[in-house]
Design a protein around this ligand. Structure first.
Ligand code: XUL
Ligand code: CO
Length: 439
């Protein structure tokens, strides 16, 4: 088959001094860090929608990138297959082993769901044929339950039983295709699961219906042999004004309320965290400390803009703190999906590669520095010291829930004066962090 990205080689690792635009400066797949290779630490994935489908269309203008990949026109099965060919060549050249998809990223959606489903069968056969003999697999799949106008009032949260049936049908098919393609996860991103105004909304009712849909998805998935992780991808707003999966804490409380916390984990996206007014690290920490850090949608926002810009990650301070959480989590059952897109004026094939080299190098650098942060030990030693008073007998009684307000009040009475805790020393710690980052 003809090469699509002709002139672009397999991307080698050349190290930080290389000036080659088509080489990794930090991502060295075989380099061992804390007992695992970089490739093992960083199961990167390509998002079908951004990389193979999106042309840069925005509300002000038409697409600027040509993503036909040699097909005659968009919206045909010929084009769907050309995207498979392009995607596999792209992943091979970058050494990426995973991809993520929405059902309608893979094939053009027909007005009749039976036709769409037949196309999904055909394209998944084609993907399997084309990836045979490679180690390329699906990381996770999902159903697009936000694009079609029928989902204008939500999918699981819709007011209309027939629309709810379409959501169920799409989930059923998307889980089947995910299993067929060897997926490790199945994602629910509540694209329109929320509301514009409470003047027309039964909030609890809608949340109960979303939970029922997830429960049915879990039961069906398990019944057809899916033993991977179901994931919720929290996001506070956009497209709806308010979305029910606002952030990790909200999504985790929802899963616990409806008895889904044993089968579901979080898929944390950096730009969704910042939209919720949190740092990426905060969302990862909340998920990790609840035993629910499942996967990552790797991107970053733009601090000057208030929407989901899905920029490729370049901020190595942020990727380092993210990788610190991942290392502390013992890795991820999922991976790192670049839910990131080229800027609209970056419209060439070369730009697609530069974007992934940037993202992969940023996470590789983050991994290197997070390991150094842990091995250095100064910050962790400081945290231990900060909480050391809880190692005393009384501190331990508090930790174990074995004391009373009366006993604690008696101790305060003995102390008489005001107890001042030790300094938080933030600037000292930021200096250590800088020292590690810049050395
Ligand atoms: C939207 C978003 C989605 C999910 C999958 O903000 O992140 O692409 O990752 O539906
Ligand atoms: Co995402």
């Amino acid at each position: 088959m003809a090469e699509i990205f002709s002139g672009i080689p397999v991307i080698p690792y050349e190290g930080p001094d290389s000036k080659n635009a088509f080489a990794f400066k930090y991502y060295d797949a075989d380099r061992v860090i804390m007992g695992k290779t970089m490739a093992e630490h960083l199961p990167f994935a390509m998002a079908w929608w951004h990389n193979l489908c999106a042309t840069g269309v925005d509300m002000f203008g038409a697409g600027s990138a040509d993503k036909r990949f040699g097909a005659e026109s968009y919206g045909t099965m010929e084009h769907a297959k050309a995207k498979v060919d392009a995607g596999i060549e792209f992943m091979k050249k970058l050494g990426i082993r995973y991809y993520c998809f929405h059902d309608v990223d893979l094939v053009p959606e027909d007005a009749d769901i039976n036709v769409t489903n037949a196309r999904l069968d055909e394209i998944s056969d084609y993907i399997l044929e084309k990836t045979k003999g490679t180690d390329i697999k699906c990381l996770w799949g999902t159903a697009n339950m936000f694009g079609n106008p029928r989902f204008m009032n939500g999918a699981g949260s819709t007011n209309d039983v027939d629309v709810y049936c379409f959501a169920a049908a799409q989930i059923k098919k998307a889980i089947e295709i995910t299993v067929k393609l060897g997926g490790r996860g199945y994602v629910f991103w509540g694209g329109r699961e929320g509301y514009e105004t409470l003047l027309n909304t039964k909030m609890k009712f809608e949340q109960e219906n979303i939970a029922s849909l997830m429960r049915m998805a879990r039961d069906y998935g398990r019944s057809i042999g899916f033993d991977g992780t179901f994931l919720i991808e929290p996001k506070p707003k956009e497209p709806m004004k308010h979305q029910y999966d606002f952030d990790a804490a909200t999504a985790i409380a929802f899963l616990k309320e409806y008895g889904l916390d044993k089968d579901f984990m979080m898929n944390i996206e950096a730009n969704h965290a910042t939209l919720a007014g949190h740092t990426f690290q905060h969302e990862l920490r909340v998920s990790r400390e609840n035993g629910m850090l499942g996967s990552i949608d790797a991107n970053q926002g733009d601090i000057m803009l208030g929407w989901d810009t899905d920029c490729f990650p370049s901020n190595v301070y942020e990727t380092t703190l993210a990788m610190y959480e991942v290392l502390k989590n013992g890795g991820l059952p999922g991976g790192f999906n670049f839910d990131s897109k080229n800027r609209r004026p970056s419209n060439t094939y070369e730009d697609m590669f530069h974007a992934f080299i940037l993202g992969m190098d940023s996470f590789a650098y983050g991994l290197i520095k997070a390991a150094e942060l842990i091995e250095d030990g100064r910050i962790e030693a400081f945290i231990e010291k900060k909480y050391a008073s809880f190692e005393t007998e009384l501190g331990q009684k508090i930790r174990k829930g074995e004391t009373t307000l009366e006993e604690l009040a008696a101790r305060a009475a003995e102390l008489k004066g005001v107890a001042i805790p030790m300094s938080g020393s933030q600037e000292y710690l930021e200096g250590i962090f800088n020292n590690i980052m810049l050395h």
